[in-house]
Design a protein around this ligand. Structure first.
Ligand SMILES: [Zn+2]
Length: 417
């Protein structure tokens, strides 16, 4: 079997044929070079308008890198024709294996992008003896193709969240589709201002925004404002995960302040290293941590009381009827306001302030589970951690779309990856 036969099986061109192939020993190692020729009587196509046009002249031969075979680099060699186009002037012809000034063939770019979903970008560059830049450009290409060809119809529920991508308050706003049958990253944008989220709604368009049924977010003011303005018909659910995270933060504050006070008063440092056993739920405590907790409980400490308040609040999520949940929420807030524990009182005030949006959790009848947004956000964090070598928000955005966007790909004769 000849190499040509294999190539025609995996990548067949209608108006071009594979010519002679040869083995070359170059400075960068071995490679296989395959000549490509235009079919006899095959007239060139203008890259400007896609029409068949008369030939003008030929450019010097170019090398296009194809998918490697048995660890050997493969190059196509072809001298591009220029065409004389009545509409576009003199342009370079359009060829099916590549576009623009790329020196990687389109198939090879999809190949690299496909692997970049499984390995880190650096890992892909190493495995296929190519540069990080080539992998980056290939992924960028795959993402922009996917974004241009994806279907944005039928979106009922979205979740908005932010993610820190660099020290010093550098955030990305992420918008996910969180429908039962379709969970994916819809949009990523720099910062977490009202302007950021407005850009998402501009992308989504008026018609699709107007048919949203559920929107899930945290209590970030800028988001609340934009969601109320752009999707007023949707039930806006405040995210359970973020509410509990706020409470955990308050408990942490109480503990830190109390530990300081106890030490100042000469008590043994019982609260030292107790951070995790205060934040964990009872059933998740290790044995050692459980002992520490019982030790702690001998004191009537604010930290312990805050933790009990949090435990008590967990019951809130188990209500079925919104009215019962509302009563529980109000009572919990009243009790907490009497507690004299400032950070917890602050949480209670916040909950009161967003009472309606929180109660929407029950109006959504469990259709929205914060776990979905949380799960997607954990994946996003993992993508960022794996993706060392990203310096810019743009590169991170591309990596996130690539991993979480569930983007479509064109159909190929052969599956290379
Ligand atoms: Zn043209």
């Amino acid at each position: 079997m000849q190499l040509k036969t294999i190539l025609n099986r995996v990548e067949y061109f209608k108006s071009f044929v594979y010519g002679k192939a040869g083995w070359v020993d170059g400075a960068e190692g071995h490679a296989i070079e395959v000549y490509i020729e235009a079919r006899k009587n095959g007239r060139p196509i203008c890259s400007g308008c896609g029409e068949v046009r008369p030939g003008y002249d030929r450019l010097p031969e170019r090398r296009f890198e194809f998918v490697p075979l048995w660890g050997i680099a493969v190059y196509f060699l072809y001298a591009m024709r220029r065409v004389e186009c009545a509409t576009c002037g003199v342009t370079v012809e359009q060829v099916p294996w590549c576009d623009g000034k790329n020196h990687l063939t389109t198939t090879y770019r999809w190949f690299l992008a496909g692997w970049a979903r499984r390995l880190s970008w650096k890992g892909v560059a190493c495995a296929f003896h190519t540069s990080w830049q080539n992998v980056f450009r290939s992924v960028t290409y795959a993402v922009s193709w996917g974004l241009a060809h994806r279907n944005l119809g039928g979106i009922d529920a979205i979740g908005v969240d932010e993610i820190q991508w660099q020290q010093g308050h550098k955030y990305l706003t992420l918008v996910y589709q969180i429908d039962e049958d379709c969970r994916r990253l819809l949009w990523a944008g720099k910062d977490r201002t009202a302007k950021t989220l407005l850009r998402f709604f501009r992308m989504l368009g008026k018609v699709r925004s107007a048919r949203l049924v559920f929107v899930c977010s945290d209590m970030w003011k800028a988001y609340l404002k934009v969601i109320a303005k752009k999707a007023p018909q949707a039930i806006h659910v405040l995210d359970r995960f973020h509410i509990m995270a706020k409470m955990n933060k308050a408990i942490d504050e109480v503990r830190a302040a109390e530990a300081k006070r106890l030490q100042r008063d000469g008590y043994e440092p019982v609260l030292k290293n107790s951070r995790w056993c205060l934040l964990k739920r009872e059933e998740n405590l290790t044995e050692k941590q459980a002992v520490k907790l019982s030790e702690l409980l001998q004191y009537n400490l604010q930290s312990v009381r805050s933790r009990l308040m949090r435990e008590d609040f967990q019951r809130f999520w188990e209500y079925f009827y919104p009215a019962c949940a509302a009563r529980f929420l109000d009572e919990w807030c009243t009790r907490t306001m009497r507690s004299k524990i400032e950070p917890m009182k602050k949480v209670a005030k916040t909950l009161r302030h967003h009472r309606d949006l929180i109660l929407n959790w029950f109006r959504a009848e469990g259709a929205i589970s914060a776990g979905i947004v949380e799960g997607l956000n954990n994946k996003a964090k993992l993508t960022m951690r794996k993706a060392y070598g990203f310096r810019t928000a743009e590169a991170i955005e591309i990596a996130l779309y690539h991993q979480l966007g569930d983007l479509p790909e064109p159909e190929f004769t052969h599956e290379f990856w």
